[in-house]
Write a protein that binds this ligand. Structure first.
Ligand SMILES: NC(=O)c1ccc[n+]([C@@H]2O[C@H](COP(=O)([O-])OP(=O)(O)OC[C@H]3O[C@@H](n4cnc5c(N)ncnc54)[C@H](O)[C@@H]3O)[C@@H](O)[C@H]2O)c1
Ligand SMILES: [Zn+2]
Length: 373
């Protein structure tokens, strides 16, 4: 079987803005052939970071050359700090210096930081240049490269300035994950298992058995996990592109996670995915505490996360010490907060998440105090 036949495509169905997410091996080598139909001028503008460039840029250049595409590349420092106004200015001015035109193509080659920043830049330079995502972390393959959310951070918080701007194509090459540090694989797995908890109980059950193989990079397990996750994200985004309803379910665990990340100072101590893992456990614990979910289901979720090696005990979580009152005040700043009432994604059980507005902060405080006692 050729590599091409091996790869699977998941369609993100958004009318005129529809696109494919191709998942498979050897996609960097094929990138030129797959991208060429989208690049009439046969010239692409690659935005990447130092770590990705070091490990994979030659392979991407080779794939583009093979199809007669020329490219220019900007290599940015790795890390969340790059997703800033300064980073945005940098990329936009680079694209303009390189004489990007409306019908050119920007290639976001990296994790979620590069995807969010390059996507946003593509969305505003010359009022919009097409872009392609080549996600290189598990998190970006299962989550951030699909769905068209782009943003930078401001001093007031994460992702506060951005656009909905869909890519024309996503190439998720499983091979590139081979160089990703285990800790980053784990961070991406938290977002992967999340889809099972939202509305696919059978996928969560599969994860309970296969999760360790996914994180270890077992090809078959990884391929299935990425495909199922991307299908789930594509389905949810297609039903609600701009997060008026169902797309909010993707924030399962995230109200807690964002409060933890803010408390921890958005540094290397606590990665987003690590915060999401605890957040998933806490969302189920809160659901159980509010009498919405069988406590055995909440225990099952926490058991899987702990078996995978995540810290779900707030007293031991890196980046602390955490404090219930401070976390509640961070939650009050959450984008989902409407007129002061807290909105949470809660669950009636594994695979049965729902949006709950008007959650009593007292219930959240009681949970956090119990977890921190
Ligand atoms: N747009 C969305 O819908 C969405 C969804 C979730 C998260 N995000 C955003 O995504 C960002 C996090 O993304 P991330 O976890 O991919 O982080 P990241 O982009 O910072 O990548 C993590 C680290 O891995 C390195 N790296 C990337 N690919 C590698 C590879 N193949 N081999 C070796 N090292 C590699 C990077 O240089 C970086 O140091 C956050 O800014 C978050 O806000 C966006
Ligand atoms: Zn997330």
């Amino acid at each position: 079987m050729s590599l091409l036949e091996d790869a699977q495509a998941v369609r993100v169905d958004l009318g005129a803005r529809s696109y494919n997410v191709v998942i498979g091996s050897g996609l960097l080598a094929e990138a030129g052939r797959r991208i060429a139909p989208l690049a009439p001028r046969k010239r692409v503008f690659i935005v990447t970071d130092v770590n990705v460039a070091e490990n994979h840029l030659d392979a991407l250049h080779g794939g583009l050359d093979a199809a007669g595409l020329s490219s220019v590349t900007t290599v940015l420092p790795p890390g969340e700090q790059t997703k800033s106004f300064a980073g945005l200015q940098n990329v936009c001015e680079w694209l303009i210096d390189q004489r990007v035109e409306r019908r050119d193509l920007v290639v976001a080659f990296g994790g979620g930081v590069i995807g969010d920043l390059a996507g946003f830049s593509a969305g505003i330079v010359k009022r919009g240049v097409d872009f392609v995502q080549i996600p290189t972390t598990l998190l970006s393959q299962v989550d951030s490269s699909v769905g068209g959310k782009t943003a930078i951070d401001t001093s007031a918080g994460k992702n506060l300035v951005g656009l909905f701007y869909q890519p024309r194509l996503v190439l998720a090459d499983l091979d590139v994950l081979g160089t990703l540090p285990v800790r980053e694989m784990m961070a991406g797995y938290a977002e992967t298992v999340k889809y099972g908890l939202i509305d696919m109980a059978d996928f969560f059950a599969w994860c309970e058995g296969a999760g360790a193989r996914v994180v270890a990079g077992d090809r078959a397990a990884l391929a299935k996990a990425v495909r199922v996750a991307v299908e789930a994200k594509a389905r949810i985004v297609a039903s609600d592109e701009r997060e008026g309803g169902a797309r909010a379910l993707l924030n399962l665990g995230h109200t807690f996670a964002h409060a933890l990340e803010t408390s921890a100072g958005h540094g290397a101590a606590l990665l987003h995915g690590e915060a999401v893992a605890v957040g998933l456990a806490l969302a189920f614990a809160l659901s159980a505490r509010m009498g919405l979910c069988d406590p055995a289901e909440a225990a099952r979720v926490r058991r899987h996360l702990e078996a995978m090696g995540y810290v779900t005990d707030l007293r031991k979580l890196p980046g602390g010490p955490y404090n219930a009152e401070a976390m509640l005040s961070h939650m009050a700043q959450d984008k989902k907060t409407e007129s002061g009432a807290l909105t949470f994604i809660l669950a009636r059980g594994v695979g049965a998440a729902f949006v709950q507005k008007g959650v009593d902060p007292g219930a959240v405080r009681a949970l956090l105090e119990a977890e921190l006692a």
